[in-house]
Design a protein around this ligand. Structure first.
Ligand SMILES: NC(=O)c1ccc[n+]([C@@H]2O[C@H](COP(=O)([O-])OP(=O)(O)OC[C@H]3O[C@@H](n4cnc5c(N)ncnc54)[C@H](OP(=O)(O)O)[C@@H]3O)[C@@H](O)[C@H]2O)c1
Length: 437
């Protein structure tokens, strides 16, 4: 049997401790599958005394993950610290430069430094595996990188943040407010004490930037993503969406258009009957549309110790199965040097349907003025509905418009015009509608 694969794990929190546990509990299966043992020989975290719920006594402790990355006592450096600068970055870089394979679950790191790290990995002839960085346990990286050769991707989109999907699911199912659902998510450990990163879309954007690179062969451009979070989604939106046959999801969408590639993260209305609309709670899903395959939807657990460890262990097993001298495939599907610069499609040229909810003064001429603004901007309407804004608001009306395909620029101009007309009593709400099977 080949020599054991020696693994060093940096970060022994939710994911790191689970990885150590799975490697111990599944040692026999892994040895059979990989044709060699996989052994944890080194670990690093901040607190050497903390009980990790798994016996790591046989592994050498390192206070400094960079030193662990450089030690000759490991073959694979597994980075599970998190964050895009400091020790996680310097240790991954050091490991690659020292010719160690790397496995990471760190989307923030890849969104910022992924291409440079891929160049180093490819130069050194080692693997940089990151299945757990996007949609946790769902094998989307492997699918896009390995199983779709020859396919041209036209669009990739998904529910990439379990916290947001949990909040939106409960808002719809139980009629609760955004704030109440967020508090519950925090109590249950689905949301951080500071939830901004999740609910304002940054986490989804990091993951989307990686998918975009894989889908379109472009350099990662995480700073070029249009982003809106879910904090201003109200019960009025959820109910109106339901009445119209839609469900609201926070989607990350990357799409090829005539003017470039769109990357956008925003609350989105998807048809209630579509497959992605059936993805509830903390579950994640990724839809990939290609010219040959059509549409593929992968769904499953996007976070949590075990689910994420499953992806990390899969990446480690791939390294265990690879043989010395074997030429590894490129990190982002194409050699890093061949990734093209990202050509951004301007958000104002985005084409699609729109849901617009307006709260207006209940007076003569308002409805006609709104319709005129739409017509002036060549927006054709699928429906326009007016009803009382609520039991205590006799002087206000809600107007809900659903447009046929139009552009972002036209919708913004029309809504700005309506706002200037001074008929609104509240901020207008605009939610994009996404085509989904
Ligand atoms: N949690 C999930 O469900 C999930 C899902 C997908 C991807 N991920 C990604 O997985 C990574 C880890 O997430 P996590 O949830 O496991 O985080 P976590 O529970 O906060 O664990 C972080 C670990 O890193 C250690 N650490 C912090 N600074 C360090 C340093 N300078 N040197 C060495 N170790 C250091 C901590 O040590 P101490 O324990 O001693 O403080 C802790 O063990 C992140 O990139 C995250 O985005 C997580």
């Amino acid at each position: 049997m080949a020599e054991a694969l020696r693994v060093g794990i940096a970060g022994l929190g939710t994911v790191g401790a689970s990885v150590a546990r799975v490697l111990r509990d599944k040692a026999a299966e892994l040895t059979r599958q990989c044709g060699r043992e996989v052994v944890v020989t080194a670990v690093s975290a901040r607190d050497p005394k903390r009980d990790r719920g798994v016996d790591l006594g046989a592994a050498k402790w390192f206070d400094d993950p960079v030193r662990m990355a450089q030690t000759a006592e490991i073959d694979v450096f597994v980075e599970l610290i998190g964050g895009d600068e400091g020790p996680p970055h310097s240790s991954v870089k050091a490991a690659l430069e020292a010719g160690r394979h790397v496995v990471t679950a760190n989307k923030a790191l890849l969104a910022k430094h992924g291409v440079a790290l891929a160049e180093t990995a490819e130069k050194k002839g080692v693997l940089l595996n990151y299945e757990a960085a996007v949609a946790g346990g769902i094998p989307v990286i492997k699918t896009m990188r390995e199983a779709m050769a020859g396919n041209s991707v036209t669009r990739v989109f998904g529910i990439l943040n379990g916290t947001c999907n949990y909040i939106l699911t409960r808002m719809e199912a139980e009629g609760l407010s955004f704030d109440d659902c967020l508090k519950d998510a925090q109590r249950l450990g689905y949301a951080e004490a500071d939830p901004t990163f999740d609910i304002e879309g940054h986490d989804t954007a990091h993951k989307l930037s990686i998918l975009t690179s894989l889908a379109f062969g472009t350099r990662i451009a995480a700073n070029d993503i249009y982003m809106e979070g879910i904090s201003n989604i109200s019960q009025a939106d959820i109910r109106a969406a339901g009445d119209l046959g839609y469900r609201i999801k926070l989607l990350g969408v990357a799409q090829r258009t005539e003017s470039g590639i769109e990357q956008r993260v925003h609350p989105t209305m998807v048809p209630t009957a579509s497959v992605i609309a059936q993805v509830h709670g903390v579950t994640n899903a990724v839809a990939i549309e290609t010219d040959i395959l059509g549409e593929l939807l992968l769904s499953g657990p996007g976070a949590g110790g075990n689910a994420t460890a499953s992806a990390v262990v899969g990446d480690i097993a791939d390294i265990a199965k690879s043989r010395p001298g074997f030429q590894h495939g490129p990190v982002f599907g194409l050699p890093a040097k061949e990734l093209r610069p990202y050509k951004k499609a301007q958000m104002r040229s985005h084409a699609g349907g729109y849901f617009i909810r307006l709260t207006v003064h209940d007076r003569i001429g308002v409805f006609a003025a709104i319709a005129k603004r739409m017509a002036d901007n060549e927006i054709s309407l699928e429906s326009i509905v007016q009803h009382a804004a609520g039991p205590d608001t006799a002087l206000q009306k809600t107007v809900i418009l659903v447009t046929h395909e139009t552009t972002e620029a036209a919708v913004r101009k029309a809504v700005d015009g309506i706002t200037r007309d001074d008929h609104l009593t509240d901020k207008p709400q605009v939610i994009r509608i996404e085509r989904a099977e």
